[in-house]
Structures are given as structure tokens and as C-alpha cells.
Design a binder for this molecule. Structure first.
Ligand code: NAD
Length: 445
């Protein structure tokens, strides 16, 4: 198949490269000339494991190309995917569809008859209908519009794309179904289930999936708070419930609140859709509030553990990206944490294995270190914010020896409290009130 991908970001680039790897001919289009120039020179615009090699091998086989020129990109394409951003609109949280509709209007001028236009971007219910109306308005007569939401996770995007739990296709006509079936045929051979649904159902399925996962995370976060109050251990509670197949172990890790480019904006957009439809979504509504409050509360945890104030303290932050294996800082829990610590007069030093470049402009005054031990140098407290693998096996004795104080606030429950305490650290995890903690070592002047 010949495929065009409009939008060459986390989703467009990974999807385009994977489709090319299936054997299709793919042209990825983006308005951002620096991104396309970089890609044409072999430079990836994002950090995603395995992406560079995948892109290179498909470019070398002439199956994957990049352009800023839409007409060139969609020439001969049987399917055109739209993978542009749909951020939350300022003020009301509605998904901002400006980029989608702009792309559709531009596409209308250059697409060939019979093209299947597929939304891969996460878009509210009814967007497919609006795209159809725009194309008609622009005088396009023969086309199909389908919805094919993407469920990949940053950090594991290629594996997720190639081994999806399911593929959801919302198609209203046979042509769209056939084209998408053919595009995904290599995955049927891997027995990936493909669900053909109505277009609106496919659009809503994506939001329902993300909202459900957000609820699951917020649920275990609240259970973690309860664990702290009653002397239970949330890690063990999560394991105890997660082994139940009806519940499942994933997304049951207590933490500083969910962030990233999807859950925060998609939960808000779902609430907007529900409000417009006049249907209450109280569980998701509460989840959004619980998560916002949690993210805001993390700096207070650090202050409490330091005796009430962070003013004049040196605080080391391990990890800034919203999760490991990505450089994506969108809505990361580190943002309110680091900003509040800085506002409250702390000196903050941080290290993230790949997100420093994206993160530093967000935090004027933040100092950068070269690794975890550099972060620990002279610190009164260390805070683990992102559970990168390289933070999971640190030499805690060495870390403690570099510090001025001895507080380790582990917002991801990476370390065993006893091991941390044996290393001389005053360990504060989440939802683990049972752990024995030595008294706080006074910071040396
Ligand atoms: P992104 O911001 O990384 O990439 C979007 C790209 O689209 C940008 O490079 C931008 O320059 C380009 N663009 C915008 N308008 C354009 C136009 N008219 N023509 C050509 N290019 C244009 O976004 P992303 O994270 O890849 O997300 C894209 C969509 O996929 C969103 O709707 C998102 O919700 C959804 N999604 C994202 C993820 C994820 O993990 N990031 C997962 C599943 C679904």
C-alpha cells in the first residue's frame, strides 16, 4: 500500500516507520521543516528506543520518505493518516482540533479521488463526521473517512505498534475497511485482534481506554494515602489485588500522579464530550481532580520530610520526563514539583538521562548535573521522580556519602526501605508507612 502520514511526531513517526517496516511505502509529512530536515539527515526529533535503527533501515530500502510538501506526500497515497497534535484547548479542556481541520483543508486540495482519510490522532466523537463535511465543502467527491485510534505507549512505542493488544478501526464503508485491513494484514498474521466498529465508537473507545487507565492510577494513589495512614504497604496491596485477573497488575503503581501527552488532555476532552452530551462522568471528573491535587502536593511531601520548609535546602531531582524511556515533558509530574520547590526558595539540581534538553527551558533556575551522583553532591534531599532503569540500581551508600543531608523521597517506590535505611538514608516512599525510618540527619552547614 501507499500511505501518507500527516504529522511526524511521536505517533506519526513511529506509525509511519512501522507501516514501512510492514512493507508499505510511506511518506511522512510535517510542517516543521527542521524536523523533516533532521529526519532526512538521519536525526530523530524524539527519543524512542529502537526508532533510529527502524527509520534508517526503511529509508535505506526506499520505503520511508519525509517531506514538508503535502502534495508530494499524498501523491498516489491510497490511505492518508492524520497524526497531528490534539492538545487541550486553553480554558475549557476541549480537544483543540485546529491542526486536524487545517490538515484536512490542505489535504482536500491535493488528494486523489478514492483516498481513505484515517484519523490516528485522538479526536472527540463526531470528528470523523466533521472531516467528512469539510472535505465535501472543499469539493472533494470521492473519499472515505475512518477512525483508527492509536494505543502505543511512549517508551515502548515500536513494540506496542507491532504487537498491539488490539487494533480498532471505525469505518463506515467497505472501501475504508478493506484498505485498513490490507494495511494491518501483517499484524493479523501475528494474530492481533482487529475490531471493526462504527466511527463514533472507535473515537470514543480511545478516550474510554485512557480514562479507565487514569482512574486505575488514581485509585491506587488514593489507596497509597490510606496505606500511609493505617500502616499498610501499597506495593503489597497492589500485588495482592493485581494478581486477580479481573483487576490485572498493570497501572497499579502508586506514584506522583499521571502526566504525559495523553491522559491529562484526554480525560479533560472526554469530560467535555460528556458535558456536551448532557451525560455526567463523575468517576473521570473526580479522577482529574484527584490527580491534579496529587501532582501539586508532591513538593509539600518533600517540605514535610525536611521539617516543613525547603527554603535554602539543596534538593536533587532524579528524572524529569513524565515516564522512563522518553524525552517527553508534556504535563510531567516533575513540572509542578520542581517549580514549587524553586518558588519556595530551594536550590534544585536535576538529572534526566534524555529529557534535560526539553526540560531545562521549563525551569529557569534549575541546575543540571551529569548523573545521579552529581545530583546527590551536597544535597539535603534526593527525590526520585521518574523511574528510569539507571536509577533502580544506584549505589545507595555512595549516594548517601555525597549528600549533605540524608533524605531520600522515592515517589516511585523503586527502593526497598530497609536497604535504603541500611545505607544511612532517611527513606520516604509512597504508601509505605510501615517502614522504619531513622531520625533525619541534621544538614551540615
Ligand atoms: P506531536 O506533537 O509529537 O506531533 C504532531 C506533529 O504534527 C508535529 O510534528 C507538528 O509539526 C505536526 N503538524 C501539525 N499540523 C500539521 C499539518 N497541518 N501538516 C503537517 N504536520 C502537522 O504529537 P503526538 O504525541 O505524536 O500526538 C499526535 C496525536 O496522537 C494526538 O492526537 C495524540 O493524542 C495521539 N496519541 C499520542 C500518543 C503518544 O503517546 N504521544 C499515543 C496515542 C495517541
Amino acid at each position: 500500500m501507499r500511505i501518507a502520514m500527516i504529522g511526524t511526531g511521536y505517533v506519526g513517526l513511529v506509525s509511519g516507520a512501522c507501516f514501512a517496516d510492514f512493507g508499505h511505502r510511506v511518506c511522512c509529512v510535517d510542517k516543521d521543516a527542521s524536523k523533516i530536515d533532521g529526519l532526512n539527515g538521519g536525526v530523530m526529533p524524539i527519543w524512542e528506543p529502537g526508532l533510529e535503527a527502524l527509520v534508517k533501515s526503511n529509508v535505506d530500502r526506499d520505503r520511508l520518505t519525509f517531506t514538508t510538501d503535502l502534495a508530494t506526500g499524498v501523491k498516489d497515497a491510497e490511505a492518508v493518516f492524520i497524526a497531528v497534535g490534539t492538545p487541550a484547548r486553553r480554558g475549557d479542556g476541549h480537544a483543540d482540533l485546529t491542526f486536524v481541520f487545517e490538515a484536512v483543508r490542505e489535504l482536500a486540495k491535493v488528494m486523489k479521488p478514492g483516498t481513505v482519510v484515517v484519523t490516528k490522532s485522538t479526536v472527540p466523537v463526531g470528528t470523523g463526521d466533521k472531516i467528512e463535511a469539510i472535505l465535501k465543502e472543499e469539493g472533494v467527491a470521492d473519499f472515505s473517512v475512518a477512525s483508527n485510534p492509536e494505543f502505543l505507549r511512549e517508551g515502548a512505542a515500536i513494540a506496542d505498534f507491532k504487537h498491539p493488544d488490539r487494533i480498532v478501526v471505525g469505518a463506515q464503508d467497505d472501501r475504508a475497511q478493506e484498505v485498513l485491513r490490507e494495511i494491518y494484514r501483517p499484524l493479523f498474521l501475528n494474530r492481533a485482534p482487529i475490531l471493526f466498529t462504527g466511527r463514533r465508537t472507535a473515537e470514543l473507545t480511545k478516550y474510554a481506554a485512557n480514562a479507565f487507565l487514569a482512574v486505575k492510577i488514581s485509585f491506587i494513589n488514593e489507596i497509597a494515602d490510606l496505606c500511609e495512614a493505617v500502616g499498610a504497604d501499597v506495593q503489597e496491596v497492589a500485588r495482592g489485588i493485581g494478581l486477580d485477573n479481573r483487576i490485572g497488575a498493570k497501572f497499579l503503581h502508586a506514584g506522583p500522579g499521571y502526566g504525559g501527552s495523553c491522559f491529562p488532555k484526554d480525560t479533560l476532552a472526554l469530560l467535555q464530550t460528556a458535558a456536551e452530551a448532557g451525560v455526567e462522568q463523575r468517576i473521570v471528573d473526580t479522577t482529574v481532580k484527584v490527580n491534579d491535587e496529587r501532582k501539586q502536593a508532591m513538593a509539600g511531601r518533600v517540605a514535610d520530610a525536611l521539617g516543613g520548609s525547603v527554603r535554602g535546602k539543596r534538593i536533587g531531582v532524579l528524572g524529569l520526563a513524565f515516564k522512563p524511556n522518553t524525552d517527553d515533558m508534556r504535563d510531567a509530574p516533575s513540572i509542578p514539583l520542581v517549580r514549587t520547590l524553586l518558588e519556595q526558595g530551594a536550590e534544585v539540581v536535576a538529572f534526566d538521562p534524555v529529557a534535560m534538553e526539553n526540560a531545562l527551558p521549563l525551569f529557569p533556575g534549575l541546575k543540571a548535573a551529569d548523573d545521579a551522583y552529581g545530583v546527590a553532591e551536597g544535597a539535603d534531599a534526593l527525590v526520585i521522580v521518574t523511574e528510569w532503569d539507571e536509577f533502580r540500581a544506584l549505589d545507595l551508600v555512595k549516594l548517601a556519602s555525597r549528600m549533605r543531608g540524608n533524605l531520600l523521597v522515592d515517589l516511585r517506590n523503586v527502593y526497598d526501605p530497609d536497604e535504603a535505611e541500611r545505607a544511612g538514608l532517611n527513606y520516604r516512599g509512597l504508601g509505605r508507612a510501615g517502614s522504619r525510618t531513622p531520625p533525619l540527619r541534621a544538614a551540615a552547614e
